[in-house]
Design a protein around this ligand. Sequence first.
Ligand code: G3P
Length: 223
Amino acid sequence: MELYLDTANLEEIREIAAWGVLSGVTTNPTLVAKEYAGRGAKLTEEVLFAHLRAICEVAKGPVSAEVTALEAGAMVEEGLRLAAIHPHIVVKLPTTEEGLKACKRLSTQGVKVNMTLIFSANQALLAARAGAAYVSPFLGRVDDISWDGGELLREIVELIQVQNLPVKVIAASIRHPRHVTEAALLGADIATMPYTVFKQLLKHPLTDIGLRRFMEDWEKVKP
Ligand code: G3P
């Protein structure tokens, strides 16, 4: 399973990319807004596109950039502009009627699409039939309403395997390291997670204690 960062923060991407384990990045309007909120000036398309280009250069892998249009024609137009920013851009569309129409048109033109806000196996099936390259079920938001995000992911992974559909599953809305393990065991192709969860994946107190002891013992005898 590949590991993606779910962020629009360049510093976070730079730090994790340096570990050598980062395969891509996903963003959404909320994450981009977080980077530009409180700056006074309105975010222009020029600034946004330069930011997305910089993310592509640092991430060196697929970068999902979400459209903000809600009507299919406008989504296609925005999607084509986003796709022209960098070859790594994957256009992210919401799983709605308009999103499906736009997905079909963009994928027919060779643009890779990530269908987002997926909360059922049937939505994933529709997205795959519309030519999506990726589907993004939201584990954490399902768990938030006391349903089972893992069960949603299991159904989607199984459906895609049984139906032999050429679409990758991105486990999204990851809230903690256990979600990552669960997604990997269930056969997700990718898990996209916040920076804090990425850091938590590595941390274990026994690793720190063990390393400290090795170093203390070595200090006693080192040449
Ligand atoms: O990028 C989509 C998804 O990962 C959002 O996660 O934490 O806002 O539910 P979250």
